[in-house]
Design a protein around this ligand. Structure first.
Ligand SMILES: [Zn+2]
Length: 500
């Protein structure tokens, strides 16, 4: 009998504090394919589809590829948009007459109008249609890991790395477990431990790099199939906020529970060391200017990372740099479709008076009036995030005065790679300061060209100072708002947190 695989991707990360809705236009402009994603080069959230297709075909399985829909994070997904995307996955599944294995790459932090846990809702609907199928889901580690997801799916895993450069190995692992479960070789049981922590954890250095190694080591324990640490996504006022450990064991619910709890407690005990204070804009600029000239200092405008649902048009950092008259600055990407339009109409080499940024919400600050020369206009370029190529939209390189360069674009996206500047012709090595709107994803490729990288606690819709946000659902009781939520940790977990 030929086995049948059904697969799909749906990904957006909802910043519930962001006033801009996520509508179908957000998916259309970023990435929306109806069963054809594996016919083109992968991006971060379609890497898994490529892996699953090739693995399934090698097994001689039939593959049904459904939706691949990705939107840059913004506010709540509108109800009609969510209904249409969810409906397409389910009607494709109905059209295929079900499947033996269903693998989904979902984000895990999508919130729609009236649906706080979109991924749990989709998985429950998939399970209702296919009660006997093996259902596996790969999530971004910036997810709200919910009981509903784990009840509906047989296998749930998250990325381990942030920046996310491990979508492919995670997809391989999920496929392996699904195949073995289908063959009756393993009986996966899952357990979740709630660490009661809100934070931002880059995994490439220090304590978090060790924690990732520990997860890999735990997976070598006999009987343990998979260990995931869901970091959570901080800019969302949802009930299931915060970091959670998820362990899949082979048939041994007690082992899954003990391992999740032991690892979760060990993560929790290290919360002080894992929590970083980021400098203010003032502190960061003072510190950057003291640096010698061994390549540029790279400043991350964390508060305006559109990858976490900030608008991408905040002007706090640009204003400060212009007011101080700092030399040798490159700054991007500022999302301002109106400025892009005006520059396209004026053409390259035009000198224009422009009002830049600061349009979307109070998180954006005020617009800035500049005189600038249009150095270059380009469309269709991409920037790498791991092996995947992410779109940049139409970009405009503007020069103010002698050596201040801005890159403005019409597609909300964070900066991942120096390519975002250098393909336009801006030579970052010649700059003193390079400012990027991003939190962590930019880090490795920019570290390679920088004398120093400073992540800055700028104001904005994705400020790393969580006290700027009003948490009413799940956030208020978590570290760092509560010094030691350990009692809650015990209560929560005693109250049957384990999902076997
Ligand atoms: Zn993420």
């Amino acid at each position: 009998m030929t086995m049948r695989l059904f697969m799909a991707t749906l990904s957006t990360e909802t910043n519930t504090f962001c006033s801009m809705p996520t509508a179908m236009s957000g998916f259309e402009e970023f990435y929306l394919r109806h069963g054809t994603a594996t016919q083109e080069a992968p991006n971060l959230m379609t890497e898994a589809l490529h892996v699953w297709r090739s693995r399934a075909e090698a097994e001689g399985w039939e593959v049904t590829e459904s939706l691949a829909a990705i939107a840059e994070p913004a506010g709540l997904t509108t109800a009609p948009t969510y209904e249409a995307l969810r409906g397409e996955i389910l009607s494709d599944l109905d059209g295929a007459d079900g499947a033996d294995v269903i693998l989904l790459q979902l984000h895990g932090a999508m919130v729609a109008e009236g649906v706080e846990d979109c991924e749990g809702d989709i998985l429950a609907a998939v399970r209702a249609r296919c009660p006997g199928a093996v259902i596996g889901v790969a999530l971004d580690l910036h997810c709200h890991l919910t009981a509903r997801m784990c009840e509906a799916a047989d296998l749930v895993i998250t990325f381990k790395e942030y920046p996310h450069d491990d979508a492919t190995p995670r997809a391989e692992e999920l496929f392996d477990m699904a195949r073995r479960m289908l063959a009756g070789e393993i009986t996966p049981v899952m357990s979740v431990f709630d660490c009661r922590m809100l934070g931002l954890y880059m995994t490439k250095e220090g304590e978090m790099a060790r924690i990732v190694q520990e997860m890999h080591a735990l997976e070598e324990t006999p009987g343990i199939l998979s260990v995931s640490l869901a970091h959570g996504f901080a800019w969302a006022d949802v009930a299931d906020l915060g970091a959670r450990v998820l362990v899949i064991a082979d048939g041994d619910a007690g082992l899954a529970r003990q391992t999740a709890e032991a690892f979760g407690r060990s993560f929790y005990e290290r919360r002080q060391a894992l929590t970083k204070d980021y400098p203010s804009l003032d502190e960061a600029l003072e510190s950057a200017l003291r640096e010698g000239a061994n390549g540029p200092v790279v400043l991350a405008d964390m508060g305006d990372n559109s990858g976490a649902g900030a608008p991408g048009d905040a002007t706090f950092m640009l204003r400060e740099m212009l007011e101080r008259g700092l030399p040798g600055v490159a700054l991007g990407l500022i999302w301002d479709p109106m400025v892009v339009r005006i520059c396209r109409d004026a053409g390259e080499d035009a000198t224009l008076s422009l009002r830049v940024g600061g349009k979307t919400s109070p998180f954006s600050g005020n617009p800035i009036d500049i005189e600038a020369r249009v150095m270059r206009i380009a469309s269709g370029l991409g920037q790498h995030l791991g092996p995947g190529l992410e779109p940049l939209g139409c970009m405009v390189w503007l020069r103010i005065g002698e050596d201040t360069d801005l890159v403005i674009n019409d597609l909300r996206t964070q900066v991942y790679h120096p390519e975002a500047f250098e393909q336009m012709g801006i030579r970052l090595a010649e700059k003193r300061l390079v400012a990027v709107k991003s939190t962590f994803h930019f880090y490795a490729p920019f570290r390679a060209i920088a004398s120093r990288v400073i992540q800055v606690a700028t104001p904005g819709g994705a400020s790393p100072d969580f006290r700027n946000f009003d948490y009413r659902r799940g956030g208020a009781g978590l570290w760092p708002f509560v010094d030691d939520p350990a009692d809650m940790l015990l209560d929560e977990n005693a109250a049957q947190k384990s999902l076997v």
